[in-house]
Design a protein around this ligand. Structure first.
Ligand SMILES: [Zn+2]
Length: 103
């Protein structure tokens, strides 16, 4: 007999380059085999992925120096989470008024 258990885990990451903090949601599947061994399969978007580990890529700066926190860390440190308030519209146009030279 094998049994299947699945749980959602939010794993907090922090970038050591720009100090950006974010969470990634994983589905963790516990697989018990007939010998009583348990193994964990980490899934994202239904695809098996390596377990979260230091070295994740920061979505903000692209740095590869992110570290993981223990699960639940952010709930004890809410000051790390940016407030979800309305974002002020940015009046600065994204396009530069200076024309790029055409190579
Ligand atoms: Zn970063």
């Amino acid at each position: 007999m094998t049994s299947l258990e699945e749980e959602l885990r939010n794993v907090p990451f922090e970038c050591r380059r720009c100090w950006h903090v974010w969470e990634e949601e994983y589905l963790v599947r516990h697989v018990h085999d007939r010998h009583g061994n348990e193994s964990l399969i980490w899934l994202r978007a239904g695809q098996p992925v390596p377990p979260p580990a230091p070295g994740a890529i920061c979505p903000r700066c692209g740095g590869q120096q992110a570290t993981t926190f223990p699960e639940g860390y952010l709930s004890r440190h809410p000051e790390l989470i940016p407030p979800p308030g309305p974002v002020a519209p940015d009046a600065t146009p994204l396009l530069s008024p200076v024309q790029r030279p055409i190579y």
